[in-house]
Ligand binder design. Structure first.
Ligand SMILES: Nc1ncnc2c1ncn2[C@@H]1O[C@H](COP(=O)(O)OP(=O)(O)OP(=O)(O)O)[C@@H](O)[C@H]1O
Length: 320
């Protein structure tokens, strides 16, 4: 579906020194500096894969997405998306992909009503009327669009805009979705709605998805594969589970045992009959068995450390 080799993007940005003299001098002789946003990255994405693309601010995620979606011409490298070179922007390519950005979920005239915008999208993407009716009914149902259809785009809240943005993008049934921070700025319930919708969509349609998000819960709930980019380079490409096991060799055992007194192991949390023990992965079975045989346990759960903590460590220290 997607094949990327040696993809590189270097922005050339004008350098301006402060002060009037320097400003005047820069009119005559402009100076530039290079910003290496993406440096020779390569990866493949197969049909039906849902891949989380994460990295700290300024790592090169949006730049990569824009190149894959055909909005930016790279400085160097090869990209094949569905058999097309994205930046040639051929119509059959554009009809099979969608780029949805949380920072700007709905483009175009904000004066249109939601229904008019959907109808305009139908014309733009040449969606047959029968398909349009079926897709619209499905999307209206799943994204709870009914109360929004006659509202103007400019009057929608951010969460409503995102729901409409998804409907606009999915109306023509693209096979490949680029989702750039789809839950950006949304409240807890709007975030949950979008996550649920995306998970169901991926499962029902087998769509291929590349998703960026700073919310690890988005990535955790939707993606099995994770690509980590930092300073324009791919630092990790593999399963979420493997990354977390590699970087955090511990698990947490949460024990609820009212009336007991647990005083062994590495206790990281303790409150009213509940203890959380940090245990090396290879010792989990042994410690669990020991707890169950020596303490009157009411409840016990083995948990992975929070992904946020694992990722924070990667951003600070890299993947070793
Ligand atoms: N149009 C542009 N002109 C010059 N530099 C740019 C431009 N767009 C992005 N950059 C720079 O390229 C680098 C990568 O930016 P990019 O937006 O791809 O990062 P990102 O990983 O999406 O970050 P964030 O998580 O903050 O959205 C940054 O240093 C950014 O300042």
């Amino acid at each position: 579906m997607v094949r990327v080799e040696g993809l590189t993007m270097t922005y050339r940005v004008p350098v301006r020194a402060g002060g009037l003299g320097a400003a005047l001098a820069s009119v005559v002789r402009r100076r530039y500096r290079d910003v290496h946003a993406v440096r020779e990255i390569g990866f493949d994405i197969g049909p039906g894969e849902v891949v989380g693309f994460i990295g700290p601010n300024g790592a090169g995620k949006t730049t990569t997405m824009k190149m894959l979606a055909g909005l930016l011409h790279p400085t160097a490298g090869h990209v094949d998306v569905l058999g097309y070179t994205p930046w040639q922007r051929r119509t059959p390519f554009l009809k099979q992909i969608a780029l949805i950005r949380g920072s700007q979920p709905v483009g175009g005239s904000q004066e249109l009503t939601v229904l008019d915008a959907l109808d305009y999208q139908r014309l733009l993407y040449d969606v047959p009327r029968g398909d349009f009716t079926v897709s619209l009914a499905g999307l209206t149902d799943l994204l709870e669009l009914d109360p929004l259809l006659d509202r103007q785009l400019r009057a929608l809240s951010l969460g409503e805009k995102m729901r409409v943005g998804l409907a606009l993008a999915l109306l023509y049934r693209p096979r490949l979705l680029f989702l750039d921070e789809p839950t950006l700025g949304l409240d807890v319930s709007a975030t949950a709605t979008i996550r649920r919708f995306l998970a169901a969509h991926a499962e029902q349609t087998g769509a291929t998805i590349l998703l960026t998000s700073h919310y690890m819960a988005d990535v955790q709930s939707l993606c099995r594969r994770l690509m980590l980019i930092d300073d324009g380079r791919i630092q990790y490409d593999g399963s979420l589970h493997e990354l977390s096991a590699r970087l955090s060799p511990f698990k947490l055992i949460r024990v609820h045992a009212p009336g007991a007194d647990i005083s062994f192991g590495d206790i990281v949390e303790r409150s009213e009959g509940t203890w959380v023990l940090r245990v090396p992965r290879e010792d989990v079975a042994r410690v669990t068995a020991h707890l169950l045989s020596t303490v009157d346990v009411a409840d016990l759960a083995v948990e992975e450390p929070a992904l946020e903590n694992v990722i924070d460590r990667v951003y600070r220290e890299g993947v070793s």
